[in-house]
Design a protein around this ligand. Structure first.
Ligand code: PXP
Length: 250
């Protein structure tokens, strides 16, 4: 029996802040959630400071930088405002995502190929300040090549389409998407990029992705925070960790 290298689990705590902000209260506190996640086996914490601050706030980021003992993956759009904030905090990793005000969530990957020059200049100071730069993209060779050319160290592949097809029972199309994700993970890794994946993953659909040999990290949020309502955040994360570990034993 062959066991693949352990997959890192980044827990996205954005939606703890979504619930807090729905009532303008002090609770639930995303920083408390981050501490529980650390104890439950999260290898990192992900937080997305959106332009409209609909969930995570500037103060949340400041507090996370202060208290975390695991790496912070700071998700942000490629704007001057966010670059300034990232350069001030110097998080372990910065993940550049596309952002549209009207979207419910990050719907697609970044169009790196179309904006190569601007993005190369945008990420250079982030890299120089010591943050690892990750680019959130679709499983598309053209985007991976562009991410590589601009100097990103990491790519995160968008698993949203795969998860949606799974949830809708469109299994043939799902398997085509899964195959594409698997091939592109291997391709990115062959270029020397560290391959991550995430978006929309649940207990039901995580294992086939977690089994990609070259994958290094999964970032999971919405489902874990939802599941925490029923079983508590620690146990919800521990079960995801268990499923991921199980998938690595081929
Ligand atoms: N990775 C990235 C880059 C994301 O933008 C998100 C959503 O904020 C996730 C992972 C986590 O997605 P989900 O909350 O659906 O698990």
């Amino acid at each position: 029996m062959e066991t693949l290298e352990k997959l890192r689990l980044g827990v996205n705590i954005d939606h703890v802040a979504t619930v807090r902000n729905a009532r303008g209260s002090e609770y639930p506190d995303p920083i408390r959630a981050a501490k529980i996640a650390e104890k439950a086996g999260a290898d990192g914490i992900t937080a997305h400071l959106r332009e409209d601050r609909r969930h995570i706030s500037d103060q949340d980021i400041e507090r996370l930088v202060e208290i975390l003992t695991v790496p912070l993956n700071f998700e942000m759009a490629a704007t001057q405002e966010m670059q300034k904030i990232a350069l001030r905090h110097k998080p372990h990793a910065v993940c550049i995502v596309p952002e549209k005000r009207e979207e419910r969530t990050t719907e697609g990957g970044l169009e790196v190929a179309r904006e190569e020059n601007r993005l190369a200049h945008f990420i250079a100071p982030l890299r120089e300040s010591g943050s690892r730069v990750s680019i959130f993209i679709a499983a598309d060779q053209k985007q991976i090549d562009a991410a590589n050319r601009i100097g990103a160290q990491v790519i995160e592949l968008h698993t949203g389409a795969y998860c949606d097809l799974h949830a809708e029972g469109r299994f043939e199309e799902r398997d085509v998407e899964l195959e594409r994700l698997c091939e592109m993970t291997a391709y990115a890794s062959s270029l020397g990029l560290e391959a991550h994946a995430g978006h929309g993953l649940t207990y039901d659909c995580v294992q086939p992705v977690a089994a990609f040999p070259e994958l290094v990290e999964l970032n999971i949020g919405h489902f874990l925070i939802s599941e925490a309502v029923f079983r508590g955040l620690g146990p919800a994360i521990e079960e995801m960790r268990r499923l991921m570990d199980e998938a690595r034993v081929a």
